[in-house]
Design a binder for this molecule. Sequence first.
Ligand code: PLP
Length: 419
Amino acid sequence: MPEWLALYYREPLELTHGEGRHVWDAQGRRYLDFFGGILTTMTAHALPEVTKAVAEQAGRILHTSTLYLDRHMVELAERIAALSGIPDARVFFTTSGTEANDTALLLATSYRRSNQILAMRNSYHGRSFSAVGITGNSSWSPTSLSPLQTLYVHGGVRRAGPYAHLSDAGFTAACVADLKDMLGQTHGRVAALIAEPIQGVGGFTAPPDGLYAAFREVLAERGILWITDEVQTGWGRTGDHFWGWQAHAEHGPPDLLTFAKGIGNGMSIGGVVARAEVMNCLDANSISTFGGSPVTMAAGLANLTHLLEHDLQGNARRVGGLLIERLRAITAGFPVVREVRGRGLMTGIELVEHDGSPSPEGASLALELAREEGLLIGKGGREANVLRIAPPLSLTVAEAEEGATTLESVLRQVQFTIA
Ligand code: PLP
């Protein structure tokens, strides 16, 4: 196995097929998928409507390029624009979340005629040169030679540094004061702030209620745009809302919204939504060779239709709520578990050593043990010590129960090993 591949597990797992919330490996073992690819399988593995849409479109024409119209692309763009909550919205399709964020940066910096961007500490926005330049954690950002001038804002990492022991209100006030101070000390104008409503790779951490709304007020007064990165939090995953930004909606919709991952159910779709005046500020913004490719658009449309018709957002709220309650109950007496947190079907379990320090070893061990017991989960966090649970949104109560029982056994063993 090539060493440079960033694979989970000591012995890489080769998956051959999936169905519903399950996948199978090359040895025929079945796993309950509690990570949905990386939140890419949004509805279910091998969803018949998506498979049919892909096969039919592949049989007609594979690619037309964005020089020509494609019925699925137009319809999907219209539906996403209507769902986005952004007035007079326009949609531009890309092939990944990274490219979506790059496009959002291109638009925001051009519209505001500035290359200054605010990003959150502990953020993750992708792997391109500009996306790593707004990613606020050095382990995910291999260079600091960004084409952008990025200023990192507090609010992303609650427990680090001098903010560690503040109340929610105190933390929010301190972060807002810091933001204002930073803006007062900054030469030139800032184009935009980009933020994940819940930090994904950063360990499923959310700011306290009211923090983003307070930020928006400060930024809106200065004409600074708000970019919401919904690559992980979109499509109802957080249960209570269709988009993560809606949990912080006191000051209305964002100026730009980026999406990817789940909408294609595994097909490569990304995109950016923006008000028409922002989207149209570039003359040359209309070409992306593979963005909006007909096969992916057919898949996205079938997948979105299924999601809405089966109210999978409601399912994420109900089943996600039960799962988090169950996990909290199971882990209540486990010193290895610092916190179980999340919204909808986006749940993080933060692991610590007996002295309270982060436990990346515990998280790696938990992944291995879970796999042995037929459960696939993810990990992340600033210190790589958070288990990430984000199954397809069609998860059943019985499957949630099954996964929680496996995690109880896994965490018991982790506790025994690292304590
Ligand atoms: N933004 C967020 C919040 C992400 O979690 C990711 C990927 O994990 C990206 C952007 C980049 O998306 P992609 O891997 O499709 O380029």
